[in-house]
Write a protein that binds this ligand. Structure first.
Ligand code: F6R
Length: 241
């Protein structure tokens, strides 16, 4: 389902409202969360809903999509830090129920297997929030990622490292490797909301929604998801037929 909203703010309000409704229907809901610029407006809305008493996270759990390998949680560009700043420190999650892949794991494959096991132990993700890369990546599943992949180590493409350099003090500082939920992991979420805003995402959205399902555009696999919703602004929709 494609939902075109007039502005990113309206889109973020819509998605935050859906998350708040899920939390009232199922207080122990398991949320799948994303980082990057796109979901910041959703988190801002959720903080406001929480302050108004309309979103209670005290029984909920959260699993983030990904983390850079080699970054400590305190590093300003780490996704641990991002989540604290943009959401966790402003709402009432139980910190024991928020999970992000560890960028400092000494045994990366064991850490990835543990992450998958933890998601299963929580009975899977109820609602997964996604952004999309200009190349069609979801999580950090870059083009050519297996469509049935699980949480694992991935190498970022030069394009994604360039795109994300804005969060670091210099482009060389962007790590080459990340831990990310797999495409298969993401596809098991019971509900998915993919958000994209701006002209820069228009080609990736058109390829994902109207192109063939292909590992070269990982988000295209969402065509097979029974409930995935693509929530975009007019600019991101501008290349749709
Ligand atoms: C972030 C993530 C990535 C981003 C994507 C878009 O956790 O998994 O897939 O969603 O790179 O990033 P922004 O929103 O910064 O354009």
């Amino acid at each position: 389902e494609i939902i075109i909203q007039p502005t990113p703010e309206a889109a973020c309000r819509y998605v935050a409202g859906r998350i708040a409704s899920l939390l009232s229907a199922k207080p122990a809901a398991v949320l799948g969360l994303a980082t990057g610029s796109t979901p910041v407006g959703v988190y801002r809305e959720l903080i406001q809903l929480h302050q108004r008493g309309e979103a209670d996270f005290s029984h909920a759990a959260a699993f983030n999509l990904d983390e850079y390998l080699g970054l400590a949680p305190e590093h300003p560009a780490s996704y641990h830090h991002f989540m604290q700043e943009n959401l966790f420190q402003h709402v009432n999650f139980n910190p024991g129920r928020t999970f992000i892949p560890s960028g400092q794991a000494s045994d990366v494959s064991a850490a990835c297997a543990d992450y998958e096991a933890k998601i299963r132990a929580y009975n899977g993700i109820d609602l997964q929030l996604l952004g999309i890369g200009g190349d069609g990546h979801i999580g950090f599943n870059e083009p050519s990622s297996s469509l049935s992949s699980r949480t694992r180590l991935k190498t970022l493409t030069p394009r994604t490292r360039e795109d994300n350099a804005r969060f670091f003090s210099s482009p060389e500082e962007v790590p080459h490797h990340v831990l990310t939920m797999g495409v298969g992991t993401i596809m098991e979420a019971r509900e998915i909301f993919l958000l994209a805003f701006g002209q820069g995402k228009a080609d990736a959205i058109a390829a994902s929604v109207e192109g063939p399902v292909t590992a070269n555009v990982p988000a295209s696999v969402l065509q097979f998801h029974p409930t995935a919703k693509i929530v975009i602004d007019e600019a991101a929709a501008s290349r749709l037929q």
